[in-house]
Design a protein around this ligand. Sequence first.
Ligand SMILES: Cc1cc2nc3c(=O)[nH]c(=O)nc-3n(C[C@H](O)[C@H](O)[C@H](O)COP(=O)(O)O)c2cc1C
Length: 357
Amino acid sequence: MLQAPIYDPNKTYYENWEEGPFGGFRDGVTIPVGTSRFDFLGQKLSYPLGIPSGPLLNGKYIKAALDKGFDVPVYKTVRSRKYPCNEWPNVLGADLEGDLTLARAQKPVVVRNEYREPLSITNSFGVPAYEPEIWQRDLKDCIAYAKPGQLVMCSFEGTAWEGASHADYIADWANGMKALKDLGVKVVEANFSCPNEGIAGLLCFDVPKVKLISEAIKEKIGDTPLVAKLAYFGADELRELVKETGNLIDGYAAINTIPATVVKPDGTQALPGGERRKKSGICGAAIKWAGLDMVRRLKALREELGMKYAIVGVGGVTTPKDFKEYRDAGADIVMSATGAMWNPYLAKEIKDTYPDA
Ligand SMILES: Cc1cc2nc3c(=O)[nH]c(=O)nc-3n(C[C@H](O)[C@H](O)[C@H](O)COP(=O)(O)O)c2cc1C
């Protein structure tokens, strides 16, 4: 059963940032942290479960997630300067019953401000960021709140600020990641899976650029593990990416959302903002097939190519069974965004159902 969401879709991103979290994330209940039994990129974890970059807008959300037993919360993607959020609405329920296959994603998806099971939504923020002085202080504070067995990650995205050269853009990525390391983040995540430079598509599909940026980042952060957040890839494209970057990048997190044209029930554009927001990412139950498929292929490639990277399984985890499917598919850790937003007790349910993960 869906509970009151921790992020309120009826409010703006800024209202959620200032006033949230909501729902069960503010009930004051703390789930005890178990002993550290799992290893993830050199960190000891109580349980291999987290919330990926997105629903946890700031330290208040991260602390609430830690209290509720999500042992690896990821601080929503930040940037090196303040950046505006897309116009409201930013979250809407999606009318999808089965899988959002790539063929189905070619057709419009009806979205509305209603949330039902099987739970799928669209989210469209444009990767906003507060000023670095604000998020950096906040991030440092919530890292200190984590108990042994818990790990606060942070996601970062480089920006080609107006007038920036190619070198400036690469440096923005590398310096941003170094700032995270200096703040005490033990595992950093590069968001390669949101539109970066205009409409040229997703950065993660540009393998030479991902390699260049990752090399620049690793040069700055040394042995701090770097996780790359990916979209859904075709077979050949994934093999190419892993061959080129699998010995450089310490972990892959898959997947982000699957894009589709989103419309209101009357067929008109659902999100304000013109052409740029005609398409929007779909997440939740309908994309589980794609996350599982990526995890299986990343595992097979890791074996075939003799590599060591970690695999973070993301996409459509709304029940304990979904978590187990990801673990069986080869995910070293599993994360839930949409599922956790409407069920703050999902971590407890998963841990109660599968104490040994
Ligand atoms: C409200 C919301 C905001 C998100 N923001 C980000 C983000 O800033 N950076 C990112 O890499 N992914 C972001 N995502 C994508 C999630 O990390 C995740 O990859 C995706 O939602 C699939 O997981 P799910 O099916 O459990 O929701 C966001 C997702 C949601 C629901």
